[in-house]
Unconditional design. Structure first.
Length: 591
């Protein structure tokens, strides 16, 4: 215990400060990549492949779930929200594109932060990217399991005709955390004379029917575990095989989307588009968080930089092309759905399947359910590709043990890192539920986006001699103050947790969720003033503002969890990364 304390104390404030300012240069990155050439990854990805990866990551479960509830809240005007959200995502996407054009190596936001901010900040970005990719994939594992089980249950009638009918034990398709809480929740519902939800009934059934081993209930989400194992194996086998599977799944789900649009066009009633915004702007913006999170994932493209044939050219193009194509797809889908049925009917988990069942085309319901499984699988694959390559980059810098940087001699992939990623995805599916890991994944992703945008401000032109992509320069000294004033004007119409005034202790309970928004407003004001003083470009500043606003919307409780996660990350860095860092070793040897 004493040695651990000594290591932490050894990291004086001066050394931490120096580490924050010690950045990687492009020359160092190029030299490091040349040194890794003996174990180089296979360069096989083209612009088409990268765009398919991007579409695979963005057109996922959101196209089959989020779009329904967002349409219920905002009506046909939800199409405008997809445009607004795409513009908000564009701020981050443009910043990613500039960094990718200047720094065509694996590591994504981790490597970009190393160039812009230094080692400690880069470590924290890498640590938080675990929540986007590894922990985020646990969310996808839960979603995949749900879609897969629903598909099997929907096929029961058809299968029973062949004598293949079977009953899926609930203890094999539910998570332990939710099932363990089910008896207490069931008792509370009964005491209130309420009606238990179908989901609660499933969890209770899992708890009551699960076998026991040494007094421990054996409950696990088996489909979530199985898909994780299969995708991890595919990622290990090779990028060439992974891209083939990804491209095939993207083409298949795009065909399904086109089928939905083309068939649905014959059942559109223009009267369903009126009123266009039945609940006003408040209704439209109510779904902004869900719609925004339907877009995240485009950054995974940049993690494959070392496997691209021309990363400096293709990654920026693929990033922006992905955002454009996915926005068009989401807009067309939203108009189709709200035209086929009234927006009032779309408060369902499976809106695409619901509308076709509603208009009397049940034959398409099975196809849509299957495409939902495929869509979620494609997102899972892209995210499972991203995390090992970030591990690899961190290990190259000495911040993780050397095996994380090892390349499989036959498959030419970071196999060890891929296995560890698979384990990290599996653990949350065994011990937590979907909502818990969803919030962690969301805040980690937005934090990375925010720092990448901030990195453009700090680093300026990362490589002045490069002819690569550059973020368009817009007059921030004009646009940022205007945006701040506009926000202040609409602030009174926003929910109570946005307000600085009023009662912070209603009914004797402190309004903690106002604190994140108070921080957001303060930062927004400070950045607007700085944009005027330093004549910053508007796009990266707006990227920071938008992402911080969405982080504020996740609530004070998630800020506390995020703070704990970051504290753990700092402790890991203090005990291992700081003492094994290549930057530190080089500085010590040079002195």
């Amino acid at each position: 215990m004493g040695s651990l304390v000594d290591k932490v104390i050894a990291m004086s404030w001066e050394s931490i400060q120096a580490r924050l300012l010690r950045r990687k240069t492009l020359a160092q990155i190029d030299q490091e990549y040349e040194n890794q050439s003996a174990e180089a990854l296979v360069r096989s990805l083209t612009l088409f492949d990268l765009t398919c990866f991007g579409i695979a990551a963005v057109i996922g479960a959101g196209a089959f779930t989020t779009i329904g509830r967002a349409s219920f809240d905002g009506g046909p005007a939800i199409s405008l929200l997809f445009v607004i959200t795409a513009v908000a995502c564009l701020f981050s996407a443009l910043c990613y594109a500039q960094f990718a054009s200047s720094i065509p190596t694996s590591g994504s936001a981790y490597t970009y932060a190393f160039v812009a901010f230094g080692e400690l900040t880069a470590w924290m970005i890498g640590w938080n990217l675990l929540m986007e990719y590894a922990i985020g994939n646990s969310v996808l594992a839960f979603a995949w399991s749900s879609y897969f089980v629903n598909l099997l249950e929907g096929m029961q009638g058809w299968l029973s005709g062949f004598g293949w009918g079977f009953q899926i034990p609930q203890w094999l398709v539910q998570d332990y955390y939710s099932s363990a809480r089910a008896p207490a929740q069931w008792a509370a519902v009964q005491a209130a004379n309420g009606v238990a939800s179908e989901e609660l009934q499933r969890h209770l059934q899992a708890w009551e029917t699960a076998p026991s081993l040494g007094g421990l209930k054996l409950i696990l989400d088996l489909p979530a575990i199985v898909v994780n194992v299969l995708i991890t194996a595919l990622v290990i086998v090779g990028i060439h095989e992974s891209k083939k599977v990804s491209n095939a799944m993207v083409l298949l789900k795009m065909a399904v989307v086109m089928l939905v649009v083309l068939v649905g066009a014959f059942y559109i009633k223009p009267s369903n588009w009126s009123p266009f915004a039945p609940n006003g702007l408040e209704g439209v913006f109510k779904g902004i968080a869900g719609v925004f999170f339907a877009y995240i994932g485009f950054d995974a493209i940049s993690t494959t930089a070392e496997e691209c044939k021309n990363a400096q050219r293709d990654i920026p193009r693929a990033t922006l092309l992905t955002l454009l194509l996915c926005t068009v797809i989401y807009i067309i889908l939203s108009f189709t759905l709200t035209g086929m049925v009234s927006y009032k009917e779309l408060d369902v988990d499976d809106p695409l399947a619901y509308v076709f069942e509603k208009i009397g085309l049940p034959s398409l319901v099975g196809i849509i359910s299957l495409s939902a499984v495929i869509a979620t699988t494609s997102v899972f694959l892209v995210f499972q590709l991203g995390q090992p390559r970030i591990f690899m980059s961190m290990a190259r810098d000495g911040l993780l043990p050397k095996p994380f940087a090892s390349i499989h001699p036959r498959f030419k992939t970071p196999a060890f890192s891929s296995v560890i990623t698979g384990v990290m995805v599996a653990l949350p599916t065994l011990f937590f539920n979907s909502q818990f890991v969803t919030d962690l994944a969301s805040i980690g992703t937005l934090f990375a986006f925010m720092l990448v945008c901030g990195g453009i401000l700090v680093s300026g032109s990362t490589n002045p001699d490069s002819k690569g992509f550059r973020v368009p320069k817009l007059p921030g000294q004009v646009l940022l103050p205007l945006c701040f004033v506009a926000y202040c004007l609409i602030l009174p119409k926003l929910p109570d947790n946005h307000q600085l005034g009023g009662d912070w202790i209603p009914d004797g309970n402190f309004h903690y969720d106002r604190i994140p928004y108070a921080i957001f407003l303060s930062v927004f004001l400070g950045l607007s003033a700085a944009a005027v003083r330093y004549r910053w470009s508007a796009i990266p500043v707006l990227g920071v503002v938008v992402n911080l606003y969405l982080i504020a919307g996740l609530g004070a409780a998630n800020w506390i969890r995020f703070g704990i996660w970051c504290a753990i990350g700092l402790l890991v860095y203090a005990l291992y990364g700081y003492h094994h860092s290549r930057r530190r070793s080089e500085s010590v040897s040079s002195s």
